[in-house]
Write a protein that binds this ligand. Sequence first.
Ligand code: HBI
Ligand code: FE
Length: 285
Amino acid sequence: MNSATGSDDPRDYLVEQSFENYTETDHATWRTLATRQREILKGRIANQFLEGLDRLGIGQEGIPDFRVMNRRLREATGWEVVAVPGLIPDLAFFRLLADRKFPAGFWIRKPEQIDYIEEPDIFHDVFGHVPLIMQPVYADYLEAYGKAGLVAAEHGALKRLARLYWYTVEFGLAQTPDGLRIVGAGIASSPGETIFALESQSPNRVRFDLGRVMRTLYRIDDYQETYFVLDGVEAWPSLDLDRLIPLWQHLEGQDDIKPGDLQPEDDVLAQGDGSYHAAKAKSAA
Ligand code: HBI
Ligand code: FE
């Protein structure tokens, strides 16, 4: 993620959602996206995510009003969503999470950008991220992530935290009794990646390991070459600082791992054939 640079004080970025200012076109864009995603996510997303959507009342009616949604969220886990204009600097982001506040872009993509946007909008941030924050274990993980981020900044370990977020919160998969399921918001808000992450022969699917993930580079421009798989929808890694600080020290001597590379110690659930990215590289050459 290319985060913004600027003040580390989250208050400098908070804005009103200004719910009244959305146009009928904006609500229609939300409905199109939400209807399509709900359909495609059936049997592919963790049940807890669908439950979260229902309990939040995030549906096909249109863009959710944060004032209404936050009442349900506060009641469930003590979290709330706050509106921001876009990406904010890492430290401001961590401070909000540590305080159980999730920053969400308030704007929605234009109809002509329906399938691809560069910066996260309200559909990605709210539809993709907020349903799981209704789950106490996930809510605790995100708070711990924010707190760990503040410490990482003092240990030169910000890139470790960014990779962890990427491969869990954004692009995580989880093993469940019903099979492999999506838990990452970046996947859950993208129809193409919903199918690709679970069904394509191309990417690797590797059992989650905290140190391994913190060494792994990621791509922000396309589908992932490797997905990491948690042992369950509630099996978010523990982020105790007593464990993280020695881990970061240990990782300092180790090379980064390229997005598509496998390691001898990996627990490989499915080795990808890399065909998707190979074809793209060829057509670009
Ligand atoms: N800002 N609004 C917003 N949303 C994010 O997901 C976000 C951010 N700033 C920084 C950031 N993510 C990541 O780079 C951190 O997890 C490291
Ligand atoms: Fe996101």
